[in-house]
Each structure stands twice: as structure tokens, then as C-alpha cells.
Design a protein around this ligand. Structure first.
Ligand SMILES: [Zn+2]
Length: 58
């Protein structure tokens, strides 16, 4: 089970949920995430690969 909407916080390892999602001009997905535990916010940039898998870059 790999839910793209919830990832582990970089600081505390708690659940970080998506609070904003944007598609960039070149087709990447930029998500803004917020940790439910410590409140830390950060951005991730994700790329849809040719085989349909999603790769998280940042
Ligand atoms: Zn956290």
C-alpha cells in the first residue's frame, strides 16, 4: 500500500498530508505537504514515468 497523498515527514517521520497540488508546465506534479504531528511544511516534485510509475524527486 503506497498512498501518494500521505508520506512520512522529513523531520519527525509522522504522517504528512497534501495541502496543495499543482501541475507544472512540463507535466510534473508539485505537492505541498504538511506534517500532522510537528507542523513542518515542505514541497515535493513528482514525475510520472513512462511506465506509469510515479517518482518522487524532492
Ligand atoms: Zn513532522
Amino acid at each position: 500500500m503506497n498512498n501518494p497523498d500521505i508520506r512520512n515527514c522529513r523531520l519527525c517521520g509522522g504522517n504528512a498530508v497534501v495541502i496543495d497540488t499543482r501541475t507544472t508546465k512540463d507535466g510534473h506534479i508539485r505537492r505541498r505537504r504538511k506534517c500532522l504531528i510537528c507542523g513542518y511544511r515542505y514541497n515535493t516534485l513528482e514525475v510520472i514515468l513512462y511506465d506509469g510509475k510515479e517518482q518522487q524527486w524532492i
